[in-house]
Design a binder for this molecule. Structure first.
Ligand SMILES: *[C@@H]1O[C@H](CO)[C@@H](O)[C@H](O)[C@H]1NC(C)=O
Ligand SMILES: *[C@@H]1O[C@H](CO)[C@@H](O)[C@H](O)[C@H]1NC(C)=O
Ligand SMILES: *[C@@H]1O[C@H](CO)[C@@H](O)[C@H](O)[C@H]1NC(C)=O
Ligand SMILES: *[C@@H]1O[C@H](CO)[C@@H](O)[C@H](O)[C@H]1NC(C)=O
Ligand SMILES: *[C@@H]1O[C@H](CO)[C@@H](O)[C@H](O)[C@H]1NC(C)=O
Ligand SMILES: *[C@@H]1O[C@H](CO)[C@@H](O)[C@H](O)[C@H]1NC(C)=O
Ligand SMILES: *[C@@H]1O[C@H](CO)[C@@H](O)[C@H](O)[C@H]1NC(C)=O
Length: 301
């Protein structure tokens, strides 16, 4: 009897380990979605079809500075949980991601995707969306993603207004700079934000605030939020901006003086921006950085 007890115990102990390890190399039906993206962009599939779950490579991005990230996937119970196709030479419009019910992190940045950002409706576990440096034209509806922490879609072709994101109680970082956004941003962004990049280098020149009702972090250094009609520029201090832009009457009455003051401000400000530009370029890239340290993508290591 005794010789059997040892091996039996051993098998009982290691069986769950084997099972959980095997899960990572199992095929997943989810892989086909990504394989079709590669196929239609004439990019060869670097994993065995169906076996994307253990694919992971380091990628170095060189847009505006050099930074490292990871391209690859992680899965759980046969479903993709984190998906990164950064800098993969992919193009075309993207179908809905709604079927990826286990998805937590999606990274689509540095490709040539076009059209609307794919739907992420109903993905309750989704925490991070990265889509920078593509040709997307919309911000996805994220009202049904209560766990969303990162919404990072700079350097695209997004038109229209910023959606109301105040219901997202975990939202930590938004980045929409270098798009074609417009309209008032008052009351649209939650105070939970710790990182906010809307207008670096005065991109999105048609975004403005009337009441200043936005997280101070969105008005941090070198963020310029024009008031309506470009009659004034506000910035940085985040404080004394409780009332709206200057009235037409005021401008009319003080036109001469205002012009002189404005020229002074513009010249001074241009000098200031130029001075800060180098440092700001570093910061401008920051929103894309967090995925370098994505816990999800490192989970297996
Ligand atoms: C949704 O995902 C499951 C699991 O990967 C797959 O079996 C199913 O065909 C997918 N449905 C659609 C409509 O894509
Ligand atoms: C995935 O795992 C299988 C089995 O362990 C291995 O043969 C294959 O090389 C791995 N693929 C990649 C891309 O790491
Ligand atoms: C993406 O588009 C840029 C220009 O818009 C082009 O130079 C580049 O070759 C394209 N890349 C791919 C992989 O299609
Ligand atoms: C995507 O790129 C591939 C390979 O260059 C090309 O054949 C295809 O026409 C492109 N598709 C679109 C929608 O631009
Ligand atoms: C969502 O995350 C929770 C907590 O990690 C997990 O228990 C649950 O299975 C996930 N849902 C799906 C659909 O994967
Ligand atoms: C955004 O949504 C919140 C909660 O639904 C609402 O109270 C607020 O008025 C909305 N903001 C704007 C500018 O519509
Ligand atoms: C600002 O724009 C609004 C709406 O387009 C317009 O009604 C108003 O007259 C403009 N004010 C100035 C000072 O140009």
């Amino acid at each position: 009897m005794r010789p059997i007890v040892g091996p039996t115990l051993l098998i009982l102990l290691i069986a769950p380990l084997l099972a959980s390890h095997a899960q990572e190399t199992y095929p997943s039906a989810d892989c086909a979605f990504f394989e079709s993206l590669l196929d239609r962009s004439a990019v060869s599939v670097p994993w065995n079809r169906g076996f994307c779950c253990n694919y992971s490579v380091d990628v170095t991005l060189t847009d505006g500075g050099v930074r490292k990230t990871t391209r690859g996937f992680t899965c759980r119970s046969g479903r993709v949980v984190t998906a990164s196709v950064v800098n993969f030479g992919l193009n075309g419009t993207l179908p809905s991601l709604e079927n990826f019910t286990s998805l937590e992190i999606i990274e689509l940045n540095n490709n040539n995707f076009t059209g609307a950002f794919p739907s992420v409706m109903g993905l309750k576990n989704l925490t991070r969306i990265y889509g920078g440096s593509n040709f997307f034209t919309t911000i996805p509806d994220v009202s049904g993603n209560p766990n969303l922490e990162y919404l990072v879609i700079p350097r695209n072709e997004i038109i229209g207004t910023i959606p109301n994101l105040t219901s997202l109680k975990k939202l930590f970082s938004v980045s929409f700079y270098d798009n074609k956004l417009e309209g008032a941003i008052d009351g649209l962004l939650p105070q939970t934000l710790s990182f906010c990049s809307l207008t670096n280098f005065n991109t999105n020149p048609k975004l403005f605030t009337v009441s200043g009702d936005l997280p101070k972090v969105c008005l941090s250094e070198d963020q310029i939020i024009p008031f309506p009609n470009g009659t004034a520029f506000g910035r940085a201090d985040g404080g004394n901006r409780s009332s709206g832009g200057p009235s037409v009457a005021l401008i009319g009455a003080c036109a001469g003086g205002a012009v002189v003051v404005l020229i002074g401000v513009v010249v001074g400000f241009a000098y200031y921006r130029k001075k800060r530009r180098r440092m700001n370029e570093e910061k401008g890239k920051a929103p894309d950085e967090p995925h370098c340290r994505t816990p999800g993508l490192r989970r297996r290591s």
